[in-house]
Design a protein around this ligand. Structure first.
Ligand code: 8YV
Length: 312
């Protein structure tokens, strides 16, 4: 029997082909009338491929009475109503590890982008300003600066190693100290921010971290401070961030994630002291392929009644 899978958004073609070989795949994003599609297939769906940006709400979960597994294409699964999934005994899997290095690379790219004015520099050359105005104003050195990391999970630790390789000091904040971690842990976010030059967000999004970074934190980061966010947009109060950047309460920001993706406040786009990326921490052929393969493998193992790779 072929299982029916609801795919909320595309995954790379090679892995989509594997899904289509094994299952009947209903592509929600291709449907002109997603509600009607859901109504037609709701009783037959046993598996789902979910993607960040597509909410898997309690309402959707309840509407799929035979759903058994949600294989999420991504590490952060805050788009899924996990309580509703648990209530229906639905297994949820994600794709950790394979995207750690790429996301840490983008994080460091944003640090370099802001500190060394790399995007401004690119525009300066392309628009002929170099020839007209002379050298770009000076940037700032990474060596000797302190990076304060919020959330020292897999990605946070990978960023920490990179930051050390650039000659930076690393400190971190999280709800609990961790065994085997030598970077100094701060229980109190504000205490850490006061000694931080670059505030790096790599934490989970949860009710506890909603708008964790607000104007008080940004003021404590200070005029020379830089915020980099590769976690989730909603960890930061975006209005407070815009205000802090406009008032130069902080020196700059590097952002890969936003509160309402893909909408980015026009105020952010007008500022020179920010470097913006379109949520592309894991966006390489290699990593997206590896993530999609985990999705396919988790579904296969589940339907073969073998333990899945990465249940959350
Ligand atoms: C997205 C991410 O999942 O893994 C995460 O948590 O935020 C990203 O890797 C990716 O954009 C796929 O939608």
């Amino acid at each position: 029997m072929k299982h029916d899978i609801l795919a909320m958004a595309p995954i790379p073609a090679a892995q989509m082909a594997q899904l289509e070989d094994s299952y009947t795949v209903h592509k929600l994003w291709k449907s002109k009338d997603p509600e009607a599609l859901l109504n037609d297939v709701k009783d037959s769906i046993t598996g789902m491929v979910s993607v960040y940006g597509q909410p898997v709400s309690a309402r959707l979960i309840k509407a799929l009475p035979n759903l058994e597994i949600i294989a999420h294409y991504g590490v952060g699964y805050d788009n899924i109503d996990i309580e509703a999934a648990r209530a229906q005994e639905i297994i949820v899997t994600n794709t950790p590890d394979v995207l750690t290095d790429d996301t840490a690379d983008i994080a460091m790219g944003l640090v370099l982008g802001v500190m060394r004015r790399m995007v401004e520099g690119d525009i300066y050359v392309r628009t002929g300003q170099w020839a007209k105005k002379g050298d770009l104003p000076l940037g700032r050195c990474l060596r000797g600066k302190t990076m304060g990391i919020v959330g020292l999970g897999r990605i946070g630790q990978a960023v920490a190693k990179r930051a050390e390789a650039f000659g930076m000091k690393v400190v971190w904040h999280g709800p609990r100290a961790k065994k085997g971690i030598s970077w100094p842990h701060y229980n109190d976010l504000m205490n850490m921010v006061e000694i931080t030059d670059i505030l790096m967000l790599t934490c989970l999004y949860s009710p506890e971290t909603h708008h964790f970074i607000d104007s008080a934190v940004l003021k404590a980061l200070g005029h020379q401070g830089v915020l980099v966010n590769v976690a989730r947009g909603k960890v930061v109060n975006e209005d407070d961030l815009v205000e802090a950047l406009e008032n130069v309460d902080i020196a700059g920001a590097g952002l890969d994630v936003y509160e309402n993706e893909p909408d980015v406040p026009s105020a952010l786009c007008r500022l020179d002291n920010v470097v913006l990326q379109p949520h592309q921490g894991s966006a390489t052929h290699e990593t997206r392929g590896a993530m999609a393969q985990m999705v396919v493998d988790n579904l296969r193992l589940y339907f073969e009644k073998v333990e899945v790779l990465t249940a959350v």
